[in-house]
Design a protein around this ligand. Structure first.
Ligand code: GLV
Ligand code: MG
Length: 288
């Protein structure tokens, strides 16, 4: 899986010490992960390790062993089931200690925080601002559904019996607001039915529409759907570029230095430019 991951068109890869790793396998997994990071081959990908959450006895050893062993080849630590800003402060201080000991640049390693229960969601604003290292807030739907007793076994899909809207809307928006207010990324979590790519697209389409920056994939088969869901379609991208061109013209000397103008049947102004910039930036990042 590690060898395969190096070859895939993913923006980020995270190597897991938490729930995908059985308790007795954790000490050996730390060593495998350090070796995989130091062997390299991850060019163009953000390299992340998910450690165990701070209610377990494993977290400090995960962080010390991985960052001492491979900190030079690691971009972020992902902390799951974050419940308070204090937990982020602990990780920030621990990373600073290791960076100083190892002679790495202080602040080099970022933090990705997973929101996976009610306490974490209620504290999400404080969590997002707890350290300048925070780069990403991630929704963990499987643990979240379990923690609030949602009556469903299919992660990301609506709970049976709830037919009046999207049961995830509030949670996604709460996370998105905390992320945008702090200017960090908002990432949607996994879709477990790995053969159901249409299902993945349906669920990804919802968080992408709200403004989320991306979603986990558990299997290479989900990758194209993820990359497509969080990039604009060609029509929207072209329209955004047209708006930007038109705006440049009518605000220039030649265009009369106007504040607003018509583009076909649509009035465009400074706010339209900002909306167009969002789509165009995503499209350009995707190489459109
Ligand atoms: C991911 O960690 C999840 O619980 O959904
Ligand atoms: Mg989880």
């Amino acid at each position: 899986m590690i060898d395969k991951a190096r070859t895939l068109p993913a923006d980020q890869v995270f190597l897991d010490l938490e729930d995908a790793c059985a308790p007795l396998a954790k000490p050996a997994a730390r060593k495998t992960i350090v070796a995989a990071l130091n062997e390299g081959g991850w060019e163009g990908k953000t390299r992340v390790v998910r450690v165990n959450d701070l209610t377990t006895e494993w977290t400090y050893r995960d962080v010390v062993e991985v960052v001492e062993g491979a900190g030079a080849n690691l971009d972020c630590i992902m902390l799951p089931k974050v419940q308070t800003a204090d937990q982020i402060a602990w990780l920030d201080l621990t990373l600073t200690q290791i960076e100083k000991t190892m002679g790495y640049e202080v602040g080099k390693i970022g933090i990705e925080a997973q929101i996976e229960n009610a306490k974490g969601l209620v504290e999400v604003d404080a969590i997002a601002t707890a350290s300048p290292r925070i780069e990403t807030i991630i929704f963990g739907p499987a643990d979240f559904m379990a923690s609030i007793n949602m009556k469903s076994l299919v992660v990301g899909e609506q709970p049976p019996g709830y037919d009046v809207g999207d049961a995830y809307h509030y949670i996604l928006m709460r996370i998105l607001m905390a992320a945008r207010a702090t200017d960090v990324q908002a990432i949607d979590g996994p879709y477990l039915q790995i053969k159901d790519v249409d299902g993945f697209r349906r669920v990804a389409g919802r968080s992408a529409a709200l403004g989320f920056d991306g979603k986990w994939v558990l299997h290479p088969g989900q990758l194209d759907a993820a990359n497509e869901s969080y990039s604009p379609n060609q029509g929207d991208y072209d329209h955004a570029e047209n708006i930007l061109d038109a705006y440049d013209w009518f605000t220039s000397e030649a265009g009369g230095k106007r504040g607003a103008a018509m583009l076909g049947d649509e009035m465009i102004d400074e706010a339209s430019r900002k909306m167009a910039l969002v789509i165009s930036a995503k499209g350009r990042a995707a190489g459109m």
